[in-house]
Design a binder for this molecule. Structure first.
Ligand SMILES: *Cc1c(COP(=O)(O)O)cnc(C)c1O
Length: 404
């Protein structure tokens, strides 16, 4: 079992009170809280070694560069990528997917098809739609069944000779469904089609091995996994990244520049134009160390217990509708009670100190498919306790009585 008291002591924010009530933070799927060791790293960098990376001969610059490249190696080992050349630092999942859509998508032609799923976050929909402004590309969308699992039979039938890409989330940020991405990648590869996995919601909660999955691209954000804001990662297979044109131009990504001809750096720098958030990147490596010290398996087990407890508690409330009952489900629970508006429920829970997310969760197409406008969503992190789940369930029950 985890020593939750000890874990919580690393998060000063969890001692806050909201409207005179102890904060119950159940919005980790939007962003997780950040432990002191990660914040300390940021402070240490700013106070003792801030200098631009790859630019200077001076000692400070070399230290900063070394820190960033150590972080790259840390990320590589963490997801078991074959090489640090395959680890590109971005601002987050969104930028990572935009990079692939823009750069890899550059080679797509009119008539090409991309397979997405109905449970994608807007950041795995809109970048592909932007491509449609220049090319007549067709998006095909895998639907879900009543449990909130992807229709694998329909997925397999969607491939045609024009399919160029599959882009799917590993875990739904609304339904909590853990998609069988390894199998789905295998299906795509049988058709010779590469797969991008949006790992924003899987990386904080489970072990990910990109080679074992055989993912072609894998995107994730540091801020959802106990790390800082403004840092993310695109993993890409070297073979693919090498064929792709730069995404943005600027410093760092070039070989030589003249007004006649500019050459580009090799991987991964070709895709890292401008000064990166090297402070955030170093702090992200600290966050990965933090997760490893606790053990991702133990975090997963803890969050699963919280999910079971919350589900059982909520199900006992009259009029409760839970969206997403997948066999394999991560620590996210979306619901509505009777005809109560999600926003009203969220407001009342907030008054009781319980922080949940309400609305469409950047997944409007999924809301449409479910025939609703939004849900209330509670999501869990390593620092949440069983007592907090009980407080949450009691608060939902009380709010339902007040609003019902
Ligand atoms: C949060 C999230 C994103 C976007 O992440 P950013 O950090 O905002 O770029 C993409 N996909 C899923 C599934 C998410 O939960």
């Amino acid at each position: 079992m985890l020593d939750i008291d000890n874990i919580r002591s690393e998060y000063p924010i969890l001692k806050r009170e909201i409207f005179g009530k102890p904060l119950v933070y159940l919005d980790s799927a939007a962003t997780s809280q950040t432990p002191r060791c990660v914040v300390d790293k940021i402070v240490e960098m700013y106070t003792t070694m801030k200098a631009n990376v790859h630019r200077g001969v001076h000692e400070l610059s070399q230290e900063a560069t070394e820190m960033q490249e150590r972080a790259r190696e840390k990320v590589r080992a963490y997801i078991n990528a074959a090489s640090t050349e395959e680890i590109i630092f971005t601002r987050g999942t969104t930028e990572a997917i935009n990079l692939v859509a823009s750069s890899y998508g550059d080679s797509f032609c009119n008539g090409d098809e991309i397979i997405l799923t109905v449970m994608e976050h807007h950041s795995d929909i809109v970048p592909w739609q932007l491509l449609q402004q220049h090319k007549r590309i067709r998006l095909r969308v895998v639907p879900i069944d009543e449990k909130g699992e992807l229709r694998q039979d329909m997925y397999e039938e969607m491939f045609t000779e024009n399919t160029r890409m599959v882009a799917i989330c590993h875990v739904s940020n609304v339904l909590g469904t853990v998609n069988p991405v390894k199998d789905m990648i295998e299906v795509a590869h049988r058709h010779g089609v590469p797969v991008l996995i949006d790992g924003a919601q899987s990386m904080p909660h489970m072990k990910v091995d990109v080679q074992e999955l055989d993912a072609d691209f894998f995107a994730f954000s540091a801020h959802k996994m106990y790390g800082p804001t403004g840092v993310g990662v695109l993993y890409g297979k070297k073979r693919l990244l090498e064929t792709m044109p730069p995404y943005q131009g600027g410093g760092e990504m070039i070989g030589n520049v003249s007004f006649e001809k500019t050459t580009f750096s090799g991987l991964p720098y070709k895709f890292e134009a401008g000064t990166p958030d090297f402070v955030g990147i170093a702090a992200f490596a600290e966050a990965l160390d933090y997760i490893e010290r606790i053990g991702i398996g133990r975090i997963e087990e803890h969050e699963h217990n919280l999910l079971l407890r919350a589900t059982a508690g909520l199900q006992s409330i009259p009029g409760m509708r839970i969206f997403g009952n997948a066999q394999n489900k991560s620590g996210v629970i979306s619901f509505l009670v009777g005809n109560i508006h999600h926003y009203d429920m969220g407001m009342l829970l907030d008054k009781m100190g319980v922080a949940v997310r309400t609305g469409h969760h950047c997944a409007e197409p999924l809301m449409s498919a479910l025939g609703i406008e939004g849900t209330v969503r509670a999501s869990f992190g390593v620092y949440n306790t069983e007592e907090e789940i009980d407080t949450f369930v009691a608060a939902v029950e009380r709010a339902a009585q007040m609003l019902g």
